[in-house]
Design a protein. Structure first.
Length: 136
């Protein structure tokens, strides 16, 4: 008799898990933005970050830039979904992660720009030295 009770309990639990998996999809996790979410007014934090994000420049030929851009877009979409559902702490964590990626990108991008500028100024100074030597 106990054996049948264990089998019955196992079947009930399994069926409940299947039902929750089928019908609960998207209710317990942050999903992707849908078309109806476009009309929603997002928090000022999200709007401010999107404005800073839109000013950033990405060289999509470089894999690191492409990956950073994709990660930030993913974090922004997830933060928007968290904002719609009222999950403020999750929204803040996602925006913080996106902001960390953006700050890293801007610091690396500024360093890369400075190296390019320094390399071009070295090239021009070497060419001016070569022309001065040729003139002597």
């Amino acid at each position: 008799m106990t054996f049948l009770r264990w089998i019955y309990s196992g079947l009930v639990v399994s069926i409940l898990l299947v039902i929750v998996g089928v019908f609960g999809n998207g209710m317990f996790s942050v999903g992707q933005a849908s078309a109806e979410d476009k009309a929603h007014s997002y928090s000022q934090d999200i709007k401010g970050f999107e404005q800073r994000y839109s000013l950033a420049k990405f060289d999509l030929k470089r894999k690191s830039h492409l990956l950073r851009k994709m990660r930030m877009e993913y974090f922004i979409a997830q933060a928007k979904q968290a904002d719609i559902r009222g999950w403020e702490s999750k929204r803040e964590r996602l925006l913080e992660r996106a902001d960390n990626v953006l700050r890293h990108h801007l610091s690396q991008y500024a360093y890369e720009d400075n190296s390019v500028l320094q390399a071009s100024s070295i090239d021009t100074s070497e060419s001016s030295v070569d022309s001065a030597i040729a003139a002597d």
